[in-house]
Design a protein around this ligand. Structure first.
Ligand SMILES: O=C(O)CCC(=O)C(=O)O
Length: 293
């Protein structure tokens, strides 16, 4: 669906100005949009998972843990696929988040995946500059991720940052010179980014970030003892069809969460880089960026 067609549909949650900003810049931050009772429930469930991760020694299907992770000082980098870990997460994915996705993707929305990323004080948890669509190419670029901060997030605890207008530019190469997938830009490409175009998305717990899958983004390491949990849900328009293996499918992958499935794919002529074949398993962006694969 074209931008003008999407914008001509009545909005469910976002203002017209927020929708226009998303299409102009490739991202938008909306502060304080999640109702308090929903937020409290998500925080409660998340605290339980943080606690459960103490029993893990290595990354697995549920937890992605950083080096130095142990029972006394858990360094949980990611809770994988929260949509299948607890109903509170899936209700959120199919509730407010799906309505917001429909405001930006059009009436027919498909769930792609979810993840819950943490940042911890003094852990080296910078997420380096990258674009998402090379991880999961689709026939068009109506693919986006909505992040919800579960704790207050300011410049000190690793907010998500994005480069204005990058979704309209060419995609970057996310392999290194030896042909290894790194899931990020080379140091040289990253050094060329015009930092005057970068916007940091900060906000209180319950604020959301929305970025298009072509938008260049990163997040700095946290310098604050307050952990930064960011609950991310990714959706596509149902006319955007995947043509590579899903990195981490769950029973909810490709479920229609708004509107209906369509049987005609829309094709965007702009090229997309193809990731490695992950049909046999995927680790995480952290592992790829740290060369752990
Ligand atoms: O957790 C973050 O700050 C960013 C995560 C991200 O960009 C990703 O997982 O693709």
């Amino acid at each position: 669906m074209q931008v003008q067609q999407i914008l001509s549909q009545p909005a469910r949650v976002l203002t017209q100005g927020q929708r226009e900003k998303y299409f102009a810049d490739g991202f938008v931050c909306v502060e304080d949009i999640v109702p308090n009772d929903t937020l409290i429930e998500l925080q409660r469930v998340t605290a339980e998972f943080q606690d459960k991760s103490r029993a893990e020694t290595t990354s697995g299907d549920t937890f992605d843990v950083g080096s130095g992770h142990c029972a006394e000082t858990p360094i949980l980098r990611r809770l994988k696929s929260p949509d299948i870990q607890d109903d509170a997460y899936w209700s959120f994915s199919t509730g407010l988040m799906a309505d917001i996705a429909a405001d930006l993707l059009g009436p027919n929305v498909v769930f792609h995946h979810s993840k819950l990323n943490f940042k911890w004080f003094e852990a080296s948890d910078t997420v380096k500059w990258h674009q998402d669509i090379q991880f999961f190419p689709h026939t068009n670029y109506n693919v986006l991720t909505i992040g919800c901060y579960l704790a207050d997030t300011d410049m000190s605890n690793g907010p998500l940052a994005a480069l204005k207008g990058s979704h309209k530019e060419d995609l970057y190469d996310q392999y290194d010179a030896e042909g290894n997938w790194t899931g990020m830009l080379s140091d040289e490409d990253a050094a060329g980014i015009d930092m005057s175009r970068v916007e940091y998305m900060t906000g209180k717990a319950g604020s959301i970030t929305i970025h298009n899958a072509r938008t260049l983004h990163y997040s700095p390491a946290s310098k604050n003892p307050v952990p930064r949990p960011l609950l991310l849900n990714c959706y596509t328009s149902s006319d955007a069809k995947p043509y590579t293996a899903h990195p981490q499918p769950t029973r909810n992958t490709y479920k229609v969460v708004r509107g209906e499935q369509v049987i005609w794919a829309e094709h965007d002529p702009r090229p997309c880089q193809i990731p490695p074949d992950w049909s046999g398993g995927y680790t995480s962006i952290y592992a790829a960026q740290a060369g752990e694969n």
